[in-house]
Design a protein around this ligand. Sequence first.
Ligand code: HEM
Length: 392
Amino acid sequence: MPEPADRIQEGVHFRRGERPPPCWRLVLLGVAPGVAPQEARAAIGAVLRMLRALRRGEVRELARQPEAGRAATRDMFAGLAVLVASGRSLFDPALHDPPLTRRERPDFLAYLAGDAAFPAVPWAEGRSPGEADVALQFTGATAAAVNRAAVEVWKLIGEAGLPLEVAHSFDGFGRPDGRGWLEFHDGVANLESGPRLAALAAPADPRWMAGGTYLAFLRLRVDLGAWRSLDRGDQELVVGRDKLTGDPLVAVRRDPHGRARPVAGPPARDPPETTDPLLEVSHVHRANQNRASPDAPAGLRMYRQGYDFLESVGPDGPVLGLNFVSFQADLQTLQHVMHLPDWLGDVNFGGPAVPRAGDPPSPRLMRLLAGGLYAVPPRARPFPGAGLFAAG
Ligand code: HEM
């Protein structure tokens, strides 16, 4: 069956046969205070034109390089995808006078404010800003491509005197074995390609977002020490899958000491529905509670395109985690998943909120290092979201 046409930007690798490329970088840009909307639009346009030129093998600093050099540059940036998104602050008249846009702000495009961004996921020490006027997401085949693209943005801003600043940047990588830091398969139950577009494409509310999507970015530090203190059976109960095969758990048995032990089912992508109270509170069931009718809006489905990160390894152990990156038709979806009890509102990752004797514990696994919510306008010329900056 042909896939329905869509207006989702490049960089959301959801289409049939696509796989997210292994390298990821997010670059957050601030628009200087007092800048007129037309100037901001021209500056962002210039950045995006420069990035497109990279794919043609054109680098400003190496203008007129010999053809072989140009071909090498072209090879290097082949497959680089650039997604442009607008943050809550772009719509904030307290930060931008004159306002950068007069377009209506989507209801759930909000700051991740407060002492705890979410009820069960606290901020980590050393948190960084994750919110900005504009976010550029780079995905590509090599670290060189996504990293160099980020630095070319910084160079252009300086050289051309653009009224922008690079506020922050984050990196991430995918694993060719399909596993994440917990050493479980990750992404095995990501959305089927059919329902993906329905879960992704934003409605025309506000109108300028019709056919676009929303990006949630949560850079979650993962406490690998806490995770590794659980034995394999407890880890599987907390995730809801077999560690080696990725197969969903179908039952829980008790050993002679009354300890809960996982029972994996036959190979299957989607965990079957369950009434077992321990399986119901595992991560995969908390994060997706509408398996019976996956297309229903109440399913709170999102398309996940996460990338692991490693910040450092030292005597105190590694600083690492997951850039949780999801795309969805409405940011309310993410807020529900993160706030509702029985979803991720009452435990930090998975497992029972109040473990009984023999149950697995509910590890305090993730803390938020940075995060931001963004609107990803539909594809358009000269660039997605350019219409935001029109006067009136
Ligand atoms: C903001 C926090 C998170 C949310 C909202 C979230 C959401 C989800 C969702 C929707 C699923 C698919 C469930 C299904 O349909 O079966 C899932 C599965 C999974 N998640 Fe998370 N997750 C979060 C954080 C994490 C973190 C920090 C890790 C690991 C470091 C992680 C590891 C996994 C694993 C291993 C699976 C099972 C594989 C799979 O079914 O895709 N998640 N998560």
